[in-house]
Write a protein that binds this ligand. Structure first.
Ligand SMILES: Nc1ncnc2c1ncn2[C@@H]1O[C@H](COP(=O)(O)OP(=O)(O)OP(=O)(O)O)[C@@H](O)[C@H]1O
Length: 231
């Protein structure tokens, strides 16, 4: 479960500060996708970075599985990210020289400890995840040999590699046509349900919103309609 409580975030702007997120409260429970939507500059990506514990808010709490991440040291926050949070950023940051399968296995190496046993288990898990996202035929392809939608599937599988309880996804359909975008949303809804992740999905693609469990609309960093739209 992830809960953002009364989050505010400002950035320096010359001698002043700009408010990117203004007293936002939202949550997502296991098996749910909460969509965060709103116009460009409304604070969606900033809020996701706060949820990912990559930016500390000026005020408010980020509670992940009962732990207030805003009180953790940098080391503990990075441990929490590695064990509990899967992140799919807007730009794919797949490594050009690695195959789809290697992109996932390398995630595991970053964790350290017992490399041999972990590697065998990681190899199997990577293969099973890639099959689950529909890439059984593409395990050994490098990013340039994959389509945009397939690369996005590798990103999603990679984010699930460490069995996160929280999944954070920024604009997964922005580079895809409507049909491929819809199939990525299908995949995210299914994976969220089957793997019981608490998912936050940033999108300005209104067509997908009716399929989400709840929708939070931001305008100028604030929630526009506090009542969540429930499916
Ligand atoms: N690192 C930063 N330094 C200063 N201002 C920032 C920074 N990041 C974001 N902002 C400002 O915070 C506000 C919210 O930006 P943010 O990127 O979160 O919006 P967004 O809704 O994700 O936009 P988009 O849909 O265009 O990605 C904007 O006014 C932006 O200019």
């Amino acid at each position: 479960m992830i809960r953002l409580e009364d989050i505010s975030l400002t950035f320096p702007d010359g001698s002043d500060r700009i408010t990117a997120v203004d007293h936002v409260t939202l949550s997502s429970s296991p098996g749910e996708v909460t969509a965060i939507t709103g116009p460009s500059g409304s604070g969606k990506s900033s809020l996701l970075a706060v949820a990912a514990t990559l930016i500390r808010p000026d005020s408010g709490r980020v509670v992940i599985d009962g732990v207030d991440a805003t009180t953790l040291t940098a080391d503990r926050a990075s441990e929490l990210r590695r064990t509990s949070i899967g992140i799919v950023f807007q730009q794919s940051n797949l490594l050009p020289s690695l195959t789809a399968h290697e992109q996932l296995v390398v995630m595991n190496e970053l964790g350290g400890g017992r490399p041999r046993r972990r590697r065998a288990a990681a190899t199997r898990r990577a293969e099973s995840l890639l099959r689950d996202v529909g890439l059984a035929e593409h395990l050994d392809k490098r990013p340039h040999q994959l389509s945009g939608g397939q690369r996005q599937r590798v990103n999603i599988a990679r984010a699930l590699m460490n069995e996160p309880s929280v999944l954070l996804i920024d604009e997964p359909t922005s580079a895809l046509d409507q049909e491929r975008g819809a199939s990525i949303i299908d995949l995210l809804l299914r994976l969220t349900d089957e793997r019981r992740t608490s998912t936050l999905l940033v999108t300005h693609d209104l067509v997908h919103l009716p399929r989400m469990h709840s929708v939070v609309q931001l305008v100028d960093g604030r929630i526009d309609h506090p009542a969540a739209v429930t499916r």
